[in-house]
Design a protein around this ligand. Structure first.
Ligand code: PEP
Ligand code: MN
Length: 262
């Protein structure tokens, strides 16, 4: 990979994992934490893929209030167990100011979901923590609005922000969203922050995720966050975009030559 200029920020998740440095970082895991067995299987199988961090939502921003809302504290305890057992940092979503303190005790990185990208009070409160923040682009946010959301966190005292492009709304419903790789290239030029890509929520269809992942790395992304599941079709949320463990392993291998080339 190109040597990054010294002014680019590097955000550390643990002693050994940092986003924005020479190595790309791949974060893998289910949409939602469902059970210890599910998380154990993913961590055990993908540790050697290798992935560098685990994801899993325990507070889920579901479109319908009647859909599964997440496993809450029980899910955080599952994350803490696999985090320790497999020595992998974990990322999980924080939806409200009232959850910050609790989640910060279990997770290495706090995710702000698309639906909360302009929840300014939440952003300000996260600015008062020292936890790395994964800020996802809003469903229909401009690049300027996205950068300003990051500024809310940083200007309140927390410089540890990673931007995540996860697709934006458009007219075509063949894919769930449209992955904006132009934004990835632009953000790498206009900000010093690490940028990662979530091809899972962008595509919404598992068969497109590997191609989008390689394209994202070619555009300069510092990493990827990808949904996978031991039994993809059984996922309680976002089943159509969940990769099998085997597909995830193949994906991790297939992006490496691209990472070396850029
Ligand atoms: C997620 O990552 O689980 C998620 C809900 O993503 P987004 O906020 O990008 O829709
Ligand atoms: Mn999801």
């Amino acid at each position: 990979r190109k040597t990054e200029s010294t002014s680019n920020s590097i955000v550390s998740l643990s002693n050994s994992v940092a986003i924005g440095g020479e190595a790309i970082v791949i974060i893998g895991g289910p949409c939602a934490v469902e059970s210890l067995e599910q998380m154990e299987t993913i961590a055990r199988e993908l540790k050697s893929a290798p992935i560098q961090a685990l994801r899993g939502g325990v507070y889920k921003p579901r479109t319908s209030p009647y859909s599964f809302q997440g496993s809450g504290l029980a899910g955080l305890e599952i994350l803490a167990t696999v985090r320790q057992r497999y020595d992998l940092p974990v990322v999980t979503e924080v939806m409200a100011i009232s959850q910050i303190e609790e989640i910060a005790q279990y997770a290495d990185m706090l995710q702000v979901g698309s639906r909360n990208m302009q929840n300014f009070d939440l952003l300000k409160a996260l600015g008062q923590t020292d936890k790395p923040i994964l800020l996802k682009r809003g469903l229909a946010a401009t690049i300027e609005e996205f950068v300003m959301a990051a500024e809310y966190i940083m200007s309140h005292g927390n410089p540890n922000v990673v931007l995540c492009e996860r697709g934006i709304r458009s007219f075509d419903n063949y894919t769930r969203n449209v992955l904006d790789l132009g934004a990835v290239a632009a953000l790498k030029q206009i900000t010093h922050l690490p940028v990662i890509v979530d091809p899972s929520h962008a595509a919404g269809r598992r068969e497109l995720i590997a191609d989008l992942s390689r394209a994202a790395i070619a555009c300069g992304a510092d990493g990827l966050i990808i949904e996978c599941h031991p039994e993809p079709d059984q996922s309680v949320s976002d089943a159509q975009q969940a990769l099998s463990i085997e597909s995830m392993m193949q994906l991790v291998q297939s992006v490496q030559p691209v990472a070396k080339a850029v």
